[in-house]
Ligand binder design. Structure first.
Ligand SMILES: O=C(O)CCC(=O)C(=O)O
Length: 269
C-alpha cells in the first residue's frame, strides 16, 4: 500500500484535437488509425491464440462466455503486451473527453466471432440512458485483424448515445438491422473509441476470415468496474506495474470517490 497523495498519479492522456473531439461528441465514436505497428499486431495475435488454446473451456469466464464467439477476459493480467492497449494515451484522452471526470479501466477482454456466427443484437454497454445523467462508460475496440463488411464488422448507430429511453419507448427492435447503422471496416492496428452508451453490436462472420479484437473498456468515477479487477489481479502483475498504472486499474487510489454518482450497476460490454 502506498502513502496517500494529494493528487492522483495519472498516465499520460493526449487531448483529442478539435475534429476528433467533435466526432466523439456528435457521432459518439472515432477511428484512431495505426495505433499498433506490425510487430505489436503479430505479438497480440499470438498471445490471443495462445490464451484461447491454453484456457480452453475456461476462456472468458472472468467476465462472460458467448455462444458463437471466442472470448477472453481479464487480459490485464495475462501479458505485458497488453499494457500498451489499456494505457494508450490517445484512447485515455478520448475517455477523459467523454467522461469529464476521473475514470478507471473497467475490463480488458478479447472477442472473435466464429465462422457463420457472432451476430449480436444492438445494445449499449450500460443501462438505458436517462436524459439527466452523465456518460459513465467508454469502450475501445482494438483490431488485431483487418475487419471487412463480411467477417463480423461491428455495427454502430451514429449519435445514438444521445437517446434516452428503453427500446420499447424508442420503438426500436434491437434484433433487426437499423436504417442508420454503419459497419466498422478498418485495417488491423486501428482502434475504434466510442461512447459506450452508443448502440452497437458485433456482426456475423459470414466469410469466416479471422476477426480478433480487444475491448478496452473504461468507467467513470463512482461506478463499478465490470468485475472485481483489483481482487483478481495477480501479485506478479501488481508488483510490476507503476502507480499511475495501478491507479488506472482502481488499485490504491485513495482519491477515488464513489459519492458523486450513485452506483446503478452495469450491462455487458
Ligand atoms: O466485438 C464486437 O464487434 C463488439 C462486441 C460487443 O459489443 C459486445 O460483446 O458487447
Amino acid at each position: 500500500m502506498h502513502a496517500p497523495s494529494a493528487h492522483p498519479p495519472v498516465l499520460h492522456a493526449s487531448i483529442p484535437d478539435v475534429t476528433l473531439a467533435a466526432a466523439l461528441d456528435h457521432d459518439g465514436y472515432a477511428l484512431l488509425p495505426a495505433r499498433l505497428d506490425a510487430a505489436q499486431i503479430a505479438q497480440l495475435q499470438g498471445r490471443f491464440d495462445d490464451l484461447v488454446a491454453a484456457e480452453g473451456e475456461r476462456a472468458g469466464r472472468e467476465f462472460q462466455q458467448e455462444e458463437g464467439s471466442r472470448r477472453l477476459a481479464h487480459l490485464v493480467d495475462k501479458g505485458r503486451c497488453f499494457d500498451a492497449v489499456w494505457g494508450d494515451s490517445a484512447v485515455l484522452g478520448c475517455v477523459a473527453h467523454i467522461l469529464r471526470r476521473p475514470f478507471r479501466l473497467s475490463s480488458l477482454n478479447g472477442r472473435e466471432p466464429l465462422p457463420g456466427q457472432g451476430g449480436q443484437a444492438l445494445h449499449s454497454d450500460w443501462e438505458p440512458r436517462r436524459a439527466d445523467e452523465p456518460f459513465h462508460v467508454v469502450n475501445s475496440l482494438w483490431l488485431l485483424d483487418p475487419v471487412y463488411a463480411d467477417n463480423g464488422a461491428t455495427r454502430l448507430i451514429p449519435g445514438s448515445h444521445h437517446l434516452a429511453g428503453t427500446w420499447e419507448e424508442l420503438g426500436v427492435n434491437p434484433s433487426r438491422s437499423h436504417p442508420d447503422e454503419i459497419a466498422l471496416v478498418a485495417p488491423a492496428g486501428s482502434v475504434l473509441v466510442y461512447n459506450a452508451h452508443l448502440w452497437h453490436g458485433g456482426g456475423i462472420n459470414i466469410s469466416g476470415a479471422r476477426r480478433r479484437m480487444l475491448h478496452s473498456y473504461y468507467v467513470g468515477c463512482g461506478q463499478r468496474q465490470q468485475y472485481d479487477l483489483p481482487a483478481l489481479l495477480s501479485p506478479a502483475t501488481r508488483n510490476r506495474l507503476d502507480r499511475s498504472q495501478l491507479t488506472l486499474l482502481g488499485i490504491d487510489n485513495e482519491w477515488w470517490t464513489a459519492s458523486t454518482f450513485p452506483d446503478r450497476g452495469q450491462a455487458t460490454s
